[in-house]
Design a protein. Sequence first.
Lengths: 175, 266
Amino acid sequence: MRRVLVLAAVAAIAFPAPVAAAVSVAVDRTTITRAIGHTFSFRSTITNHGSAPAASLVAHLNVVSLHGGTYVDPEDWSSHRTRYLAPIPGGGSTTIEWRMQAVNSGDFGVYVAVLPQSGAPQPPVTSPTVRVEVAKRRTLDSGGILPLALGMPLALGLLMLGLRLSRRQADGPGA
Amino acid sequence: MASVARARPRPAWPIVAGQELRDLWLGGRGLPLSLAFSALLSILSYLVATNRSLNFLEQHESVNLTLQVAIAVGAMLTLLAAADALSGERERGTLETLLLTPVSRLELTIGKLLGALTLWVAALLITMPYIWFLGRGIGIVGDALAVGALVGSLLAVFLASLGLLVSVFAGSNRVSLSLSLLVLLALFAPTQFPAGAQQGWAGELLQRLNPLTAGEHYVGKIVVDRHPWSDDVSWLASPLVAAVVFGLAALVAGARFIRLDGGPPG
């Protein structure tokens, strides 16, 4: 019996339990509706269900378009997508707030994946998907602004110059 | 006894106003100020239209931002012109000649006030193409220009009257301009308060009492929130009262207290 226990202890040290077995990730909401350009945030809570501390974990935020045709660059959505977690004691949890900006319109899935920093070949633990619906807002079409932006001051400048010249001519050369 | 028909004397304020317009627009600061105003609106509208983060502004908000800047700066131009109107004449030594002409001081003040207000008219005309560009396609251009003209005119009358009032009593142009600008900055200060300070009954009261913040709030309600004009009309109370009270005060002060050396009445 003692032999079995020793073997089990050695196995536990040599082959640690996968992250999935001990850790879960929850989110505080599963649907977010925003207009394009607006910022939003949600919280994820990573809970350690085991009795031993869960150390050296990294949480990563991901964004994916739920429909084709929309190019998503997650860096545009959040500039702080990777968090290296402090050890979570057994039975404890840690909460992370993720601040994001809706940079594309459409339906997106956002989720948090937690994986060990060791890079062990095991599937990461993921949160439920947060569905983000981004409404299209009517923003300005910038085409054509340059002629107006340059033309108005230019026209006024020319008018001012013309008036000065005509006044100088009216006053005569000796004026 | 034969009655002698006397020709009613022609009012002199149009003549004063005409001379003011010539001084301001043909040889004075009218066109350079308008050019600077136009350059400001060009930069702002270019940024609003092309800058990535600013372009996240909803189109109504882009129109509102540009319109509010145009109203504030356009009204400020009238303040600058009016603050110079009498103290400038005094400093240049031309006030004595002006007072010797057969023009009543009231008419002189009216003419000066109208001359200063033409800067706002020019600012409004310059603003029109920018608002048209920024607001095209969403059916907001007409309302934006109309509410801009209404609120801007009230604020322009208020600020021009304020400037003229200060100019009546100021001994020098420097005093007149600096005092007027100080008051203007004080009026604009609440717009820089944190959002929390602008909420609650005290914050709203302060916004309502200040003609500048009340006027711009009303513009936002029409342009961004698309409220009917009558919904928030109470916000126009302080711009209207300020325009009437300061307009009358400037005319009374001009009629009674214009002196060669300036200084307080008494």
